[in-house]
Design a protein around this ligand. Structure first.
Ligand code: 16G
Length: 244
């Protein structure tokens, strides 16, 4: 049993967390390795189940581990570091990293443009908009929720595609001849709301990155307005700044 210092100013759960964190850093537990269960931690550190649980929760909050319901707690990989120079879609971005992208379609429908959508997409209020909401995964781990809004007249019948297995950017190019050349993106940090916690399988309070992207084709037509919510612990964005 590892002895913890009961008189130290650091609470027991943090001491357990720190010990496990050190073992993750020194490679005792490598990427995707399963950490000891709560019960095993209780035995090893001589702490209560609640203390063990809190230690695991803190590691998860820091993004060092992730839990899978009924399977245990596993060591996370390094954050995906996306360069913000090139205009890529999710499938391409994840694929070039050697990981396997996949999607779960949460909803796919045609909706009338609200005032907000008509403002953003520069179409009449009430005009038809394709609203495609997907959970995007990398190697089966949930990474972000994405809602794409596309003026329907630009992509008639686009919803005949199975977007669980098809890249939206591939469809733009293949079926409609749109080459995407420019995007404007705004990002902000935020806390996940309950529905997002549930879908992204995070423990509250959890940080997310909210990103809005407006993407234009070669004719400078705005083809998509996408709102994405990325897990803050699995993604970071990389900017190269130059003096000019
Ligand atoms: C990315 C884009 C999103 C685009 C999607 C297409 C960001 C922030 N957003 O997630 O705007 O709709 O890729 O992905 O990068 P797909 O081609 O794999 O369907």
């Amino acid at each position: 049993m590892v002895t913890l210092s009961k008189n130290a100013p650091v609470p027991l759960y943090l001491q357990v967390k720190n010990a496990l964190e050190a073992e993750i850093q020194d490679g005792t537990y490598g990427q995707d390795a399963r950490l000891p269960s709560e019960r095993e931690l209780c035995e090893r550190f001589g702490v209560s189940r609640m203390t063990a649980r809190q230690a695991l929760k803190e590691l998860e909050r820091d993004g060092l581990v992730f839990s899978r319901v009924g399977k245990g707690t596993f060591v996370s990989g390094p954050k995906i570091d996306q360069q913000l120079r090139s205009l890529t879609g999710f499938t391409q971005e994840i694929g070039t990293r050697g990981s396997r992208p996949s999607s779960i379609v949460l909803s796919a429908q045609i909706i009338p443009a609200s005032e907000h959508l008509s403002d953003v997409l520069k179409i009449m209020q009430g005009a038809e908009v394709v609203a495609l909401s997907r959970l995007r995964l990398s190697d089966d781990l949930p990474l972000c929720i994405e809602i794409a809004h596309i003026p329907h007249y630009l992509c008639p019948n686009i919803l005949k595609n199975d977007f669980a297995h098809t890249s939206l950017y591939d469809v733009f190019e293949r079926d409609y001849g749109y080459r995407l050349v420019r995007a404007e993106q705004v990002m902000e940090a935020s806390l996940a709301v309950p529905r997002e916690l549930d879908i992204l399988q995070m423990v509250a309070p959890a940080s997310v990155l909210r990103i809005e992207r407006l993407t234009y084709n070669e004719q400078d037509v705005l083809v998509e307005y996408v709102v994405s919510t990325y897990r803050g612990d699995r993604y970071k964005f990389h900017l190269t700044l130059q003096q000019w």
